[in-house]
Design a protein around this ligand. Sequence first.
Ligand code: NAD
Length: 377
Amino acid sequence: MKIAIRREPIEGERRVAATPAAVAQYVAAGYAVTVQKGAGVAAGYPDSAYAEAGAELAASIPLSKVDVLAHVRPLDRETIAKLPKGAITVGFASPASELDAVKALADRGVTAFSLELIPRISRAQSMDALTSQALVAGYRCVLEASMRFPRFLPLFMTAAGTIPPARVLVLGAGVAGLQAIATAKRLGAKVSAYDVRSASADEVQSMGGTFIHLDLDAAADAAGGYAKELAADRADRQRELLAPYVADADIIITTAAIPGRPAPRLVTASMVKGMAAGSIIVDLAAETGGNVEGATPGEDVQVPVDGGHVTIVGMKDAASTMPYDASRLLGQNIANLVALMTRDGALVPDFDDEVVAGACLTHEGAVRHEPTAAALA
Ligand code: NAD
């Protein structure tokens, strides 16, 4: 069977769906691997390394002949139209926002596996690309903040005086938020964090952060360990209760998300105005609507305040900013999913397997993921 690895066509996307190490695994499993020339260059993996791993390099991927296509970003309709009926795709498909592409995959008879749909269960952890990429993003957010912050993060006691540690506030303590807490702690900051999920307090504390309890009646837990959207009055109350913590922070990292929904608004423009000059906010959710009012993906927005300004950094393509390690983790996640479905050198999905069935977005002309099928109906 032939597996193809393409050069990601979207500008700003520097990751690749397989590193040379992943290619070596595919070859050992009996696949013939074609890698588009230059596919790994932006991530730091040269063509020669793919060739050494056993891949054939091609100027363009012969899409009409691939059995399996591994990709990072959702496929566009033009690419889908060239795939043969029965082809298998594995990558991020953004089913909540790319409905046209999902329909095209189903209409084309493609069996598409969406990394967003991999069940968050222990057995699937090695395939969980949301987790691996969130880890990269959470780490990077803190570095972005620290590079713009005009002060130290750690406490310094010097002969010239004592410099207090920076106060970092993390809002949303999922995988990215927890990694942000850990990274800010390593840099010596004083870290506090807040999340609506009930399990979150222990998770924050285990990372060395101080958990902020808000008097919001009850936690907002939904199925699968995710949070659910707050009703408008509770969201208002949440912002009101968060305001003093926001005003007191030097750096804020926001990572709050609800699967398939726009990002919850946690920080309003007036809350930003209440921060001290020189403070930095990094909004990891800028691309999905923004946790922070005024955040613009890919841009630094400077909000005038007394004595200077507060900078809101709208993160864009966060995992892609560290493409070498992000691709290493993502490529391994994809390779592990492919390995789970491989029998005698061929990819044969077993839909009785909960991970395989859960990750499958389209198969034999149907959209198998029920919420996406309902959104298309
Ligand atoms: P996510 O990226 O979907 O969301 C980030 C965080 O935002 C979540 O912690 C969520 O509770 C929080 N959030 C949402 N609305 C909020 C609001 N109004 N205010 C404050 N915070 C808000 O989350 P994620 O990183 O994908 O993690 C989601 C869950 O999945 C967690 O319980 C995590 O522990 C779990 N998980 C399990 C596995 C596994 O078992 N394999 C792997 C990864 C994550």
